[in-house]
Structure formats: structure tokens, C-alpha cells
Unconditional design. Sequence first.
Length: 306
Amino acid sequence: MVPELRERAALVALLQRPGARWQDVALEVLEAGGAVTVLESRLRLQETLFPASDPVEAAIADAVRTLEAWMAAGIGVHACFDPDYPDQLRSVHQVPPLLFSRGALLDDRRAIAVVGTRRASEEGLRIAATVATELALNGVTVVSGLAKGIDTAAHTAALKARGRTVAVIGTGINRFYPSENRALQELIAGEGTVISQFWPDAPPSKQSFPMRNAVMSGYAAATVVVEAPWKSGARIQARLALEHGRPVVMPDRLLEHDWAREYAQKPGVHVVSSLSQLLSVVEHVISDLHAGPEMLPEAPHLAWSG
């Protein structure tokens, strides 16, 4: 068996064990330098005096069959120790042990999350579309969560601008939530990437969406919060982004909310009054994090009311 497949199968076997805490498994495997080592330490402690078969090899064989079925269905499976696993995501505390994908998983070093409320205003939708369009036109990957409202506007605008967009979803990769975004999800899978950290058939849950926000924050170099009331997942993502050391950018109109005024005082939060200011912040974020030569052009003609 190819060593890479064996390691990935061992990780799946660990995650399938009753009571497995995925975040703890990821950290333990990364610290141990491999999933097979961790699986051996767990299963061989439970061997009887005269085992009928090797429990480690049996668990790995079962997991290989599961992996092969996923891959046959066109699902990409990426372990946290794989070379193609996003480096920027591996660096955060909430690192998912597995990522499931449809579409091309690329090294999105120039990626910005554009997020906001499902119950978006017309102005919020327009700002999200304008921001996503300009980012896409300047070679920046637009990351969002495929929810109604701001997320949908951001993904749709990036695709219309022929840019790259990544959808980080809060269900399994085989699910479509909300159902009305099925066509959009399939389009993103064909032209960008859809990512999930949950088992492929997992339904939505109350816990899955904040977990999704943590992955979006970790995947992107910064988060743009377009519109978010107190209970919005976008506000949660702003908090997580700051925990991850990622800058947060928000339009000054968001200061009508108490939470936004509080966050505006925190290091790493940038309040902007125009698209040109936002692009300037994004330019510096990307250049500071990656020291890349590519820079976003200024856009002084583009303001929020434009």
C-alpha cells in the first residue's frame, strides 16, 4: 500500500472511533508526525492475549475502502499532513484533520474572506458584490460560506468577474444548503473550489456553522465583514480572525452596531470608508503576509456609493 494512502486511512480510522474529538486528533497526529503511529498506540493497547487479527491493519483496510469510495465519487480528501493541505489553515488551532473538496484545491495565498448576514440589505448586497468583483479582477481569491445574502452576492460577483472563489460550507460535501444555492455550489465546484471539514453526508447543525467560520478565517489572509448584526456568524468570524492573527476589514457603516464599535478599537481591525481604502488595506495584508510582488492597484473612483 502507498504510504500516503496508509497514513490518510489511519487518520480516517482515528476519526471514526467513538468519541473522537476531531481537533484533538489533528493536533495529536501533527505532533506525532503521522496517523499510523497514533492509531497503533490506541488500538494495540486494547489487544487481547490472542488476537484473531491485527486491529490496526483491520482498521486501516476498512478506512481504505471508505477513502476509495469517496474518491470514486469525485471527492477530494486532504489530510492535515498532506503536501496539498492549505498551509495557512494548518497554522490555526482549529485545524480540521480532514478537508473534503470538489474542484481544484490550490495554494490560495492571495485569498480574502467576504462575509456577512443572511438577512442582508440591498446596500449590503451591493457592497459585497462590488468588493468581490474588485478583488476577483485583481487576482485575489474570494472566500465565503455559500449562505444566503452576503455570501451568495460575493460568490456570484466573483464568478461573473471570471475570478476564483472558494466556498467553505457548513455541511458535508454531498449536501446542498441552502437548497436554492445548489446550482451556485455546483458552479463553484466546477470553476473554483467547495470545501468541507465534515463527513461527506453530514447534515447542517447548530455547531457546524461556527466551525465553518473558523475554517474560513484560517483559510483567508483577512476577513472583510460587510454587514453583520450581533448574532451573525460574520461577527463570530471577525472574532476568530483576530484570534488567528488575521486582519479584519469593515466599512464604516457597520459602526452603527455596538459590537463593531467595540471591535474597531482592537489591533488588526481596519475601518474603511471607500472601496479604494479597502483595496489598499488588502494590498498591505497580502504583501505583509506573503512578501509577494503582486500589488492591488488603487481604485480612487470606486466608493461605497458608486
